[in-house]
Design a protein around this ligand. Structure first.
Ligand SMILES: Cc1cc2nc3c(=O)[nH]c(=O)nc-3n(C[C@H](O)[C@H](O)[C@H](O)COP(=O)(O)O)c2cc1C
Length: 244
């Protein structure tokens, strides 16, 4: 084990922060770490909007029923899956940008996500804690308008960071045997693995220091997927230029 691995393995989302400000030097380091990530075809298909203005922060929070962590985090970055730059580049070179289909959506989403996760690990290594906020996609049109996002770009999620005032216990992950397949996919023991995991999660949920509950993980997942997830996303993505 080394320090990087320890940082990664002790991850848990942090939603409560002290008032301690985060220095500009750290902010710049976080941005540089995000930018250091790999990028599909080196297209670098993301932008980051740092929300510094408290009025804009409050407006975002209001649109989302006021999550405390979004209102109070010393740092809030909105990660934008962004192909608008590539449109500007195409125009600059008098080249037609082909219609943006599923693959374009995937590469922009992947680029933005791995940049964010690089930033996340860097932040945790510096003693910060944070949480992703995919809840932004509840109201994608409002967020686009508020942040002045151009066509071919959309807010994928936000990242809150600050010095933790409360750290949650690490959540147990699925057993390795459930997610790791050697040479070909084998789901023969999947249900057994999941039942075993239900027990582990049941114990975790019942014993954790806050928000303890009596829930079955697979039931939560079945409930979650019993409804269409954010059904407005399809028409939203079409409205900003994607052909899905
Ligand atoms: C893309 C993404 C979006 C998320 N959106 C939210 C969110 O809107 N609100 C929230 O409280 N947590 C959000 N989370 C945090 C997850 O709930 C959390 O990572 C998960 O429960 C595992 O817990 P852990 O991060 O503490 O290990 C999000 C995580 C990811 C990766």
């Amino acid at each position: 084990m080394n320090q990087t691995i320890n940082t990664i393995l002790k991850h848990s989302s942090v939603r409560s922060y002290t008032n301690q400000a985060v220095s500009d030097e750290i902010v710049e380091t976080l941005i540089r770490c995000a930018q250091a990530s790999s990028s599909s075809h080196f297209i670098q298909a993301y932008s980051i909007v740092q929300i510094k203005d408290q009025t804009i922060r409050s407006k975002i929070a209001q649109l989302l029923d006021n999550p405390k962590h979004i209102l109070e985090a010393p740092l809030y970055f909105v990660f934008v899956a962004d192909l608008s730059r590539h449109k500007r580049i195409s125009d600059y070179h008098n080249s037609d940008m082909a219609s943006l289909e599923s693959e374009a959506l995937l590469i922009a989403t992947v680029d933005a996500s791995i940049a964010a996760q690089n930033m996340f690990v860097a932040a945790e290594s510096l003693g910060l804690g944070g949480v992703y906020t995919g809840v932004l996609r509840n109201v994608p049109n409002d967020i686009s308008e508020l942040l002045n996002l151009p066509e071919y770009s959309f807010a994928l999620f936000g990242l809150c960071f600050g010095y933790p005032s409360k750290v949650n216990e690490v959540k147990p992950r699925l057993p390795i045997k459930e997610i790791l397949h050697i040479d070909s996919y084998d789901s023969t023991n999947s249900l057994l693995n999941l039942q075993e995991y239900n027990e582990v999660m049941k114990e975790y949920y019942s014993k954790r220091s806050s928000n303890s509950k009596n829930e079955i993980w697979t039931e939560q997942i079945a409930n979650y997927f019993s409804k269409t997830l954010r059904p407005h996303m399809n028409s939203f993505l079409k409205s900003i230029g994607f052909k899905l």
